[in-house]
Ligand binder design. Sequence first.
Ligand SMILES: [Zn+2]
Length: 247
Amino acid sequence: MMHGFKVFDTHTHIGRARHSGTVRTAEELLREMDKHGVDKSLLIPFPVVDDFKREHDEIGAAVKQWPDRFAGAACIYPFIDERDFAAEVKRCRQEFGFKALKLQPMYQALNPVSPRSDFFFQAARDNGLAVVAHTGSGVPFSLPSLFISAARRFPEVTIILGHAGGSVYMLECAVASQVCPNIYVELSSLMPHHIADLMHYVPVEKLLAGSDLPSSIETELGKIFTLNIPDEAKRQILWDNAVALFG
Ligand SMILES: [Zn+2]
């Protein structure tokens, strides 16, 4: 609990990141969560790793050991053999009960407008996973508006726009969410007044809180508490909406 609210961090990472050199274990993250009062986190692999199966195994083990504290997501370089991609997504769902599939277009240049990306969204659909898409840095493929196309081709897949377009493309998130019932927005990286702006356009039921990093938990999640909105709206953003998607 943070300030009397249950908190679900829908965007954080454990594992070994080749691009940044970051190494973080589930135990380390759990200590940070306890320190700050985060009740549950969606664990997402880093986008550049040596062995994606090993990363999934580590997240899967954490989800099994602490099912009340963690939900899991898969992240796979999208240009491997499509059958191998589909098989690994299925393994993550069946062995570990993962809830989401991450796309990080800054390191994984998949064009979500092109039918060539269908296999990615099909894998999410076939396994009942939400897609978490990094948006903002890494344009053009991380532009929030591009996911309108994917959301319309796959109306049964929930697509979460991570980092809400990284501030600069925040209004694209508003449009994408307005025209697609299955597009949600995760608020990390926005300034508090951006969140307030976004709430004029996006219903509170489609907003999610995330930190991205343990060192940002206090700031990113704290931003929600500073908003001049009813407690019920804070409860939805911090907990209820995430539980509905990730359990
Ligand atoms: Zn991230």
